[in-house]
Design a protein around this ligand. Structure first.
Ligand SMILES: *Cc1c(COP(=O)(O)O)cnc(C)c1O
Length: 397
């Protein structure tokens, strides 16, 4: 076999990301590479930023894709907004909150965490109490859609509490942007980052970010240079929005892919897209509950479904069979849920009736094989009943 050919299989990506990528987006990646200062490329950048503003529901000037995956966006937000010695509060309710706290510590912030049990979310009262205990807090960070637990963190009341304390609010929207409601301006989010490979259904590689005027002012007023030269937003902005001075070579073809993925989001319409994610989640929920699987979080995301595995079922074997026999990828449990949970992502293109029925059918077969008490046919019937209760417009499932 030639070593110069690649043969990746066509998978059904229903894990915590990446999500399935439409052919249109893959075709965009294959278009001719332009130079990073070519006037045609500069236009593509401007249109990409404009579409990102629409999807983030913001008018923030400083809205662009960082070169790198979601973690690069996290790091860019933290290192630009904190200076050594600044106090930052971080809600830790799973892997990604923990990672944000670690990034902030490495950036020299004095970090206080608000620790929440995995699967749960933080309340405005908890944040208020932490802000009273640490009145010098300048930045509060939390995760909107905690992909490690499937919990959906409400933001509106927390935003009020944070701003009353004169702090800025940083939100991880990696598994929410383009899948669940996220209104950056209405909810007064000061800095927000996402990733391309979750609900936007684009390959991994870019991290959309947006900064409010208050966050921009905080960056402009820094006494110390940003510790990361690559992620210094004042330098990146002079390429994306300013005099177009070279900082680093933009990932040109990835920008094409994101441009196409955003165009697809806007063609569908944000509200319709969010409703589609909700409808498919409810059908999956009905089906998995009919199989005896239980949701871990009380407030579940519609984009990521975290379920407890039946006692005695071999989690790794089921996932290996799903991948080997059906080509379906789902995620394993992390942290306290390792070996005990599955994470089924219905993100972007993956949020469809086809995905729901496919994964329910396969899981039913595999659970029955392992001796779990499942009633054959019940899962698909429960999902069908859910779709009957809230029919999609023709062709939008
Ligand atoms: C996936 C994810 C990240 C990290 O993104 P990468 O693209 O893997 O770097 C951060 N936060 C959340 C909530 C995520 O789901």
């Amino acid at each position: 076999m030639s070593t110069s050919t690649l043969h990746p299989a066509q998978r059904v990506l229903l894990g915590p990301g990446p999500s399935p990528v439409p052919a249109r987006v893959l075709e965009a990646l294959a278009k001719p590479t332009l130079g990073h200062l070519d006037p045609q490329y500069l236009e593509i950048m401007d249109r990409t930023s404009a579409m990102l503003r629409t999807v983030f529901c913001t008018e923030n000037r400083l809205t662009l894709p960082i070169s790198g995956t979601g973690s690069a966006g996290m790091e860019a937000c933290v290192v630009n907004l904190v200076e050594p010695g600044d106090t930052m509060l971080v809600v830790v309710a799973g892997v990604f909150g923990g990672r944000m706290a670690e990034v902030a510590r490495r950036a020299g912030a004095t970090v206080h965490t608000i620790d929440v049990a995995w699967g749960e979310t933080a309340s405005a009262e908890q944040i208020q109490a932490a802000l009273e205990a640490h009145p010098d807090t300048k930045l509060v960070g939390l995760v909107h859609a905690e992909t490690s637990t499937g919990a959906h963190q409400p933001l509106v009341e927390i935003s009020q509490v944070v701003h009353q304390a004169n702090a800025l609010l940083l939100v991880d929207a990696v598994t929410s942007l383009g899948g669940i409601e996220l209104r950056v301006d209405d909810w007064q989010i000061d800095a927000c980052y996402s990733g391309t490979q979750k609900c936007l259904s684009c390959p991994p590689g870019l991290s959309p970010v947006t900064f409010s005027p208050a966050a921009e002012a905080k960056i402009a007023d820094r006494a110390t240079p940003v510790q990361s030269w690559y992620l210094d937003l004042s330098l990146i902005q002079s390429y994306w929005g300013g005099p177009r001075s070279y900082h680093h070579t933009a990932p040109i073809n990835m920008t094409y892919a994101l441009h196409e993925a955003l165009a697809i989001v806007l063609e569908e319409g944000l509200d319709a897209r969010i409703a589609r994610h909700a409808r498919n989640h409810r059908a999956l929920r009905a089906g998995t509950e009919a199989l005896g699987l239980r949701y871990i979080p009380e407030r579940s995301l519609t984009t990521l479904n975290a379920l407890t595995v039946h006692e005695g079922v071999d989690d790794a074997r089921v996932r290996a069979r799903l991948l080997g026999d059906w080509g379906i990828e789902i995620g394993a449990g992390l942290g306290p849920f390792a070996g005990k949970a599955w994470r089924i992502g219905l993100m972007g293109e993956g949020s469809s009736r086809r995905s729901v029925d496919l994964v329910l059918g396969a899981l039913e077969t595999l659970l029955a094989e392992q001796g779990a008490p499942v009633e054959r046919g019940a899962a698909l019937a429960a999902a069908a009943a859910s779709y009957d209760r809230e029919p999609a417009e023709q062709g939008t499932a």
